[in-house]
Design a protein around this ligand. Structure first.
Ligand SMILES: [Zn+2]
Ligand SMILES: [Zn+2]
Length: 338
């Protein structure tokens, strides 16, 4: 039986205890065929990442293709990328999403930052094709005190410039804009802002089929959406449908939050262990408008074994089973900033 395997090493960064892999068929069935999986570190190699996928019973996977805190990008994917892709396809784990580096700022008023952002995102999309990624997800950025409206307009313009620099093709991933909790002068916080950016992108010539959005559940909570209840999730979906279009929602980031609703803070928590809580996370996981959307976990301690705990909690939430109380060590695990 899958689950209840809260066998983790905390809170240091030592490698996770070797656990028994879950049969891919069984893993898929336990997720009801849903594409849900963790953000997996590639720092220990592609084989370690594949092992983690099997151990946690992932149905999808998100990775960094390179250092998330640097502008500099590698020219080539790691050796073994083709075998990695084949192994994912074999286990029917996907889609693969790549999270772009944090330095990118699509709303920046600074032409140098704009130029670098276009360059890096172009590289990420081309590299994404080599990884077999369906999505490249990016934080939209900050208007740096120059005003929300011009920031939204610039973000749309930069989306168009990035897509213009990457010839379309079946292997080219979609450019996916992640909503923000609203720290600092960040843009893309509300559904209205996300819709405005996508309309700006279209006005600047971007093909709508090549750009979508990602909703991070901890960010929508920080932004003030009351997704701790079914009614709150319903309201979010209604606003998404009115302002963006549910067909433009490409990805979900499935995280509980350590922050208060509307605090504009971004602090991820274990599923059902934070201020959104189990009822809210279950409502987000099972709403019919969100159920077909690939979802990726960015919960604390992903590389110290807590990824397995949170995937177990996903499987429970999907079928309405209660969540075990988290041990005190769980709250010492390092938060993920992705
Ligand atoms: Zn996220
Ligand atoms: Zn992110």
């Amino acid at each position: 039986m899958i689950g209840a395997r809260y066998d983790v090493r905390v809170p240091d960064s030592s490698p996770p205890a070797p656990l028994v892999a879950i049969d891919p068929e069984e893993a898929r069935a336990a997720l009801g065929g849903r594409a849900i999986g963790p953000h997996v570190a590639l720092a220990h190699g592609l084989n370690r990442a594949l092992e983690r996928i099997r151990v946690v019973g992932a149905g999808a996977i998100q990775v960094f293709a390179d250092n998330p805190t640097a502008w500099r990008r590698k020219a080539e994917p790691p050796p073994g990328i083709d075998a990695f892709r084949a192994a994912l396809a074999d286990a029917r784990v996907g889609p693969l999403a790549i999270h772009a580096p944090y330095l990118v700022n699509l709303a920046s008023p600074d032409p140098v930052v704009q130029e670098r952002s276009v360059e890096v995102m172009t590289t990420e999309l081309l590299m994404g094709a080599r990884y077999g990624a369906r999505y490249v997800n990016v934080h939209i950025g900050s208007h740096k005190g120059t005003g929300l409206e011009p920031g939204l307009e610039r973000a749309g313009e930069l989306v168009a410039r990035i897509l213009d620099a990457v010839p379309p093709g079946p292997d080219v991933p979609m450019l996916v804009l992640e909503d923000s909790a609203g720290q600092g002068d960040s843009v893309g916080v509300t559904m209205t802002e996300l819709g405005t950016i996508l309309r700006s992108a279209a006005r600047h010539g971007a093909d709508p089929a090549r750009a979508g959005i990602c909703l991070d559940t901890a960010h929508v909570w920080g932004a003030g959406y009351g997704v701790d209840t079914e009614d709150g999730v319903e309201a979010l979906v209604a606003e998404l449908a009115a302002e963006v279009g549910t067909d433009r929602l490409a990805m979900l980031h499935l995280n509980d939050s350590r922050a208060a609703r509307g605090s504009r803070a971004d602090r991820h928590e274990h599923l059902g262990g934070g201020s959104i809580g189990a009822a809210g996370m279950a409502a987000l996981l099972t709403h019919p408008a969100l159920a077909a959307v690939p979802a990726y976990l960015e919960t604390p301690g992903m590389d110290t074994g807590w990824d397995a705990v949170n995937m177990d909690r996903v499987r429970r939430l999907l079928v309405g089973r209660p969540l075990p109380k988290l041990p005190a060590e769980a709250y010492l695990a390092r938060g993920e900033r992705v």
